[in-house]
Design a protein around this ligand. Sequence first.
Ligand SMILES: C[S@@+](CC[C@H](N)C(=O)[O-])C[C@H]1O[C@@H](n2cnc3c(N)ncnc32)[C@H](O)[C@@H]1O
Ligand code: SF4
Length: 451
Amino acid sequence: MTHRSQLRALGLFDARVPRYTSYPTAPVFDQKIQGGFQAQCLEQIDISQPVSVYVHIPFCERLCWFCACRTQGTTSLRPVEAYMNTLETELSALGETMPNGVTAAELHWGGGTPTILPAPMILRLSEALNRTFPRAEGYEFSVEIDPTLVDADKIAALQKAGMTRASVGIQDFLPKVQDAIGRQQSFDATKASIDALRRAGIHSLNTDLVYGLPHQTLETLDATLEKTLALDPDRIALFGYAHVPWMSKRQKLIDEADLPDDELRHDLANLAADVFVSAGYERIGIDHFAKPEDSLYRAAETGQLRRNFQGYTNDTCSTLIGVGASSMSRFPQGYVQNAAATAAYTQRIEAGELAGARGHAFEGDDKMRARVIEMIMCNFAVDIPDLERTFGSAVKVLEPTHHAVLRDFAPFVIKTETGWHIDPKGHPLARIIASRFDAYSMGTAMFSKAS
Ligand SMILES: C[S@@+](CC[C@H](N)C(=O)[O-])C[C@H]1O[C@@H](n2cnc3c(N)ncnc32)[C@H](O)[C@@H]1O
Ligand code: SF4
C-alpha cells in the first residue's frame, strides 16, 4: 500500500473532525453557562499569575468569500464607534468583577479586522485595556493585520500602544485564486505593510496562507510560496481551506467545482511544507512553520507549545479572557463564550450584565482529555508520566484508548518508553487520532475535512 492509500484507509480524506483549539470543542458549549458562571471565574482569578486577553473586532471593510471567521462587513465607521463604546463598558464591568491586581502578559487583537480601527480608536482601546489589565513585565501584544486596510497612522498608533507581534493575512497571491475567493490583494501592498510593520519594531511577524482554495495547482501555489518567502516572515500559518457553507453562508459564492480534490489538497500541503522546510523553517504542529530563532519554535522545542482558540501559541497563561462579541474565555473552571451576534452582545453589556452566553464547566475527566488532545496536537506524542504528575492514577481510564490508537493507527503510531508518538509520515492524522480521546460524541458533519 502506498503512503497515501494508508492515510486514506485511516480516514484522512473522509473524516470530518474538530481542529481542537479547545476541548471540549465549541459545539459542545451550552446555554447553561452565562454571565453568572463567568463572574464566579473572574472573581476567583489568581492575581499572582498574569492572564492572557483576546479582543475581537467583528468588522471588515471587505467580506472575503472563503472566510469562516465571525465578522460583518461595513463601509461606515458608525457601527465600529458604537462597538468601541460597548467594549469600554465591558472592560469596566470586567475590572469591577475581577480582584484588584490582575495583569496581562499576552494581548491579542483579532477579528474580523482590527486594523479597521482608525488611529485614535486604536489608542482609545489600548488605554481602556491598560486600565483594566495593566501589562505584566515582558508582555506580548499581537495584532491581526489586513495589509489592504492599514496605513502609516494606524501602524504608528499600534506601535505607540506597544504592539510586539503582527499576523498578516495573505491566503494566496494569484489573481485568479483571489478573484474566486473575493479577496484582491497585491504583493506590493502586502510588502509595503510588512516593511512598515518591521520599521515599527515588530519582532515576530506571521503570515497566513491557505491551501485548498479554488483554482490552486502545484504550480500556482509554488509561486505564492516563493513570494511569501521573499517577505521573510518569522512564522507562517498554512491553513487547509475549511469549506463549511452551512456555517459560513458567504462561502456559497465559491464554486465547489473549482476546489482542488482531496489528493491535490494533500499534495498542496506537502509541497508547501517541503518548500518551507527547505527554506529553513521548522514545522510546528499541524499547520505552522517558524524560523528556528522564533519563540514559537523555542516553545515547541521545550515542550511549552500550547493550543488555544487562536491556534498554536507560546502563551502559557492558564486564564484567557475574551473581550468583545463572540470572544471565548478559558478559566481553570471552564469555558465561556460571549454572545456571538454584535447586537446580542451589546444588549447584554448595556443591560449591565457580563456578555457570557454559552460555555462549558469542566467536569469528570475533561481536563485530562483536554491535555492529552493538546499533547497530540502540539507534540504529536503522549507522555504518560507527564500526565500522571498532574492527574495521578485517573490517567488509567485512558489505557484502552491508548491501546486502540496503537493498534488502529499502526504503523504511524509508535510505542515509546513513556507513551507513544506519531511518526512524521502520520502527522496529517493528528486530528483524527486526537478525536479518539474526545468523550463528547458530536455529529461530525459540521466539522471541516481532516486533510
Ligand atoms: C481574522 S482572519 C485575518 C485577518 C485579516 N482580517 C485579514 O484578512 O488579513 C484570520 C485568518 O483565518 C484564516 N481563515 C479564514 N477563513 C478560513 C477558512 N475558511 N479556512 C481556512 N482558513 C481560514 C485566514 O488565513 C485568515 O487570514
Ligand atoms: S479574511 Fe479577514 S478581511 Fe476577509 S472576511 Fe475574513 S476577517 Fe474579514
